[in-house]
Design a protein around this ligand. Sequence first.
Ligand code: KIV
Length: 276
Amino acid sequence: MPEQFPKRVTVETLRRMKQCGERVVFLTAYDYPTATFAERAGVDMLLIGDSAAMTMLGLPSTLGITLEEMLTLSRAVSRAAKRAFVVGDMPFLSYQPSDEIAIRSAGAFLVAGCHAVKCEGGRRIAPRVRAMTDAGIAVMGHVGLTPQSLTQLGGYRVQGKTRAAAERVLEDARAIEEAGAFAVLLEAVPPEAGALVREGLSVPVYGIGAGPHVDGQLVISHDILGNFVGTVAPKFASRYANIDAEVERAFRAFATDVRAGVFPRPEHWYDTTGWE
Ligand code: KIV
């Protein structure tokens, strides 16, 4: 945790961190233990991502997770977050249909303990962002690769690969900023596009696979811990642990002990004081 920012992170802290050139550390968390460990590690911001559909529920894309499921995870993460700023990710169809649905869904995230919400899309979603910010809700935009539009984008494809394409991403980001968003998340673009968008906005721009020239880095915790079960392997995520192998090793050792009759051992038994 940066020494000059020890207290609860707020939108104002994030603004000051940008001014000071202090990079924000941003991780996904979907449960109480992970959020607790991230909090202890001094992570600045936690996202309850709709990536939970894939990381936690084993679904093939982010589309299948419901608002109720996201709210349950948000309550658990918010309970653990004492300093970190908590962002709830609005799932598919929780904001697209109308301004009213967007405000109600975003409000439910706040009631669940989140400090802000995130929604995907640029110009076409700007009216929803405006409706939510007008209702007093802090909104983070999400442009570049937007997984809820995966079919339209033709898969997990890098966005903004040419100057013209990067300028379209910038226009999307600007529309979201003008609609009142306090920050923008930029996903899967080359570093040049990351720099272009950051230079073109005054609010903080965070990146996930957007190179180094942004105000902070988000990763999906499963990607750096090594416990994602599936075939999506983003180029930008570096592994810091091999939780999969460690959990599997522990389960195999337990199974071996049970099958051999060496678990439980006497130290695991309750005593029989008072047994007739
Ligand atoms: O759901 C999520 O974790 C996200 C990130 C991939 C940006 O939205």
